[in-house]
Ligand binder design. Structure first.
Ligand code: GAL
Length: 411
């Protein structure tokens, strides 16, 4: 009997030791160009910490469609992962920091001597009351149009359209040639809102767009209505089955030579590369019409939840993702630029070099639907409005709803 007890205790102890050497990372990067980057980051982690077992806790669905709700339930239920993907800005601050669920990590960045190695604008949106709460692993660009070069060549589009009237002209030509002009996959609502916020940036301009978030610009601004009108016009050129496709499916239409353009964040660049395409060869890119000089910022960050079950391992994770090696491994695959300002630029392809140069010189604008600009309540309300609007095409109604949402959720 005693012997059995001893064996049991030994087994329990070794299980505890094993269990304590885990690291649970939560994200929505499950495939289509996203998982590849994440797994490469895990490889870097294991190079330094081979004994730590990573639990890859993912919930599928682009832009965190399903993951965000699961995460919130876990956090509120006192069951946090060790670290999780969260957008810098309101999604982090309003949802998890103000509510007291995160540990500040300013001290860690100081200890590692890298506090000054990130762009101030990006660290600012990861901060609250003078403390930093998460580490940016990348910067994605939201206002990009990717295109199938062969289709544009075939239909004779030599000059890239820089304005909405020029873009509509191009869409007409493509439609006449029998291709889908603009690929959209809004099975998960956010892709339509992603397109809308890019249009909004074009009609308002960076200064006024940024003013929406501090009260300088009113939602009565003519640019909001204009954006709705342009959005409505664009809906005449999308694929019929848009409501049953994901963002990857829409990007795939471009890859398969069925569609010409796709407005998407540059995770689509990562996806096209994992499909085997080379930037500049089979596909090209341009800023969303009317947004040259502006950079719609989407930044994925990771922080340290209070009561992380494997806190020490979570800190190791933060150290790896904030390192140049971690960032330079992850970002060339993910289709994003490194947040570290001292990254090795030579490792990045033509598209990413273009993005890096623009990031350094453009007006930076936080994305709504990717969590930076506005509290979650506003983003959700806008998402619902835009998706209803695709069906109703009722500008007045959509405008009214957006104004109400602003009154309800923005200070
Ligand atoms: C964004 C996220 C990106 C990418 C994209 C599509 O919100 O920041 O990293 O994953 O969603 O899922």
């Amino acid at each position: 009997m005693k012997k059995v007890l001893v064996i049991l205790v030994v087994l329990l102890l070794s299980y505890a030791a094993f269990a304590s050497n885990q690291l649970e990372i939560f994200s929505w990067w499950t495939g289509g160009g996203e998982e590849e980057g994440l797994l490469a980051l895990y490889d870097v982690f294991h190079k330094y910490y081979p004994d730590v077992e990573i639990i890859n806790a993912t919930v599928a669905g682009g832009a965190g469609t399903n993951a965000k709700a699961v995460l919130k339930t876990r956090m509120l239920g006192g069951n946090p992962p060790d670290s999780f993907q969260v957008h810098g800005g309101m999604e982090l601050i309003d949802t998890y920091v103000v509510t007291g669920m995160m540990e500040p990590i300013t001290g860690l960045l100081e200890q590692w001597g890298i506090k000054d190695k990130f762009p101030a604008d990006i660290l600012r949106i990861c901060s609250y009351n003078g403390e930093i709460y998460s580490i940016p692993v990348n910067v994605h660009r939201g206002n990009v149009v990717f295109y199938n070069k062969a289709i544009l060549e075939e239909v004779g589009i030599k000059e890239l359209p820089a304005t909405w009237p020029e873009f509509i002209e191009a869409l007409k030509k493509i439609k006449a040639a029998g291709y889908v002009p603009l690929a959209l996959g809004d099975k998960n609502k956010w892709t339509a809102t992603h397109l809308f916020e890019d249009i909004l940036l074009s009609t308002l301009g960076a200064y006024n767009y940024n003013g929406l978030w501090n009260g300088r610009t009113s939602f009565d601004h003519q640019g909001v209505k204009e954006a709705l009108e342009i959005f409505k016009e664009l809906m005449n050129y999308i694929n019929e089955n848009h409501a049953s496709l994901t963002w990857q499916d829409a990007t795939l239409l471009v890859f398969e030579g069925k569609a010409a353009f796709n407005v998407m964040g540059d995770w689509a660049e990562g996806y096209l590369k994992t499909l085997g395409w080379t930037p500049g060869k089979e596909f090209g890119w341009m800023t969303v019409p009317g947004t040259k000089g502006s950079f719609m910022v989407v930044t994925d960050t990771f922080g340290l939840p209070k009561n992380a079950p494997h806190r020490e391992n979570a800190i190791k994770w933060l150290k790896i993702i904030s390192s140049v090696e971690g960032q330079d491994t992850f970002n060339p695959i993910k289709g994003s630029i490194p947040a570290r300002i001292d990254a090795d630029k030579s490792l990045y392809d033509d598209y990413l070099t273009w993005s890096m140069n623009d990031f350094a010189t453009n007006a930076l604008c936080p994305s709504i639907i990717h969590g930076s600009a506005a509290p979650e309540g506003f983003a959700t309300a806008l998402n619902d409005t835009i998706n209803m609007y695709i069906t109703t095409k009722d500008v007045k109604k959509a405008l009214r709803e957006i104004t109400y949402a602003a009154e309800d959720y923005l200070e």
